[in-house]
Design a protein around this ligand. Sequence first.
Ligand SMILES: C[S@@+](CC[C@H](N)C(=O)[O-])C[C@H]1O[C@@H](n2cnc3c(N)ncnc32)[C@H](O)[C@@H]1O
Length: 273
Amino acid sequence: MSEALEGVDDAVNRIFCADCLAGMREHLPDGCVDVIVTSPPYNIGVAYDNHDDRMPFERYLDWMEEVAAECRRVLKEDGSFFFNIGDRPSDELRSLRVADRVRRHFHLQNTIHWVKSIAAPEEGVNMGHYKPVNSRRFLNNCHEYIFHFTPTGRVGLDKLAVGVPYQDKSNIGRWKSARQDCRDRGNTWYIPYKTVTGAKPHPAAFPDRLPQMCIRLHGLGQGGGLVLDPFMGTGTTAVAARRLGCNYVGFELSREYIKVARSRLGAGGLFGV
Ligand SMILES: C[S@@+](CC[C@H](N)C(=O)[O-])C[C@H]1O[C@@H](n2cnc3c(N)ncnc32)[C@H](O)[C@@H]1O
């Protein structure tokens, strides 16, 4: 199923148990990746298997910038880099500070708000989950960012691949661009977590639909192309890539998380460490 990709054949459809900086330098030539979807450690004290998520913040910013530079090197000129990051309720500017460092190497083309929970009971809407904050000062944090970075800021997207039906059907045909019952979803994406009972295999995995929507928005919904996740965790990005008929490559420090990714991806030669 995997196409030969010049210079990266040995790295296609593999999750390497390796540091992502070292791994990208060793395995990925310049400009070989179409889409990057990733969620790095947020440095907010999450208990990962073998990563310390409490670095001094300036060191964390330097690290994120180094990862961004390496992502820029491996990404094609017309590629997309979807960078998911969230805040603590008590520190709402940290994501923006990280994004500002990534921006030294990319153009910020879109800012997507990943909405995990939305309550508008007046409109009959009350959906989703969030981690409740135990505070009288701070509201529960119900969203994270997906910053969409590109090398030029001018990368064409397949917006209708993640489009939604028109609410007012009379708009179809009224505008030149509205030829079918599908409109731009906009930059607020409601993607709830599944309800999990029992121990989670990973403390900070994103929902399957998140990387799928990013890959489709970029225009790889019909398959082909190489998708990278430098912080692969339990393989959610790889699963999304395979479902859409794309190739994947990724890096992850924890063998335990890679084992979970292996079982999610299944047998059949789709996986190698
Ligand atoms: C937010 S999680 C990613 C979760 C993933 N999106 C999923 O759905 O499972 C970040 C991951 O980065 C991994 N990690 C931390 N430092 C790393 C490094 N230097 N190189 C590669 N992976 C690293 C952690 O072990 C953790 O699994």
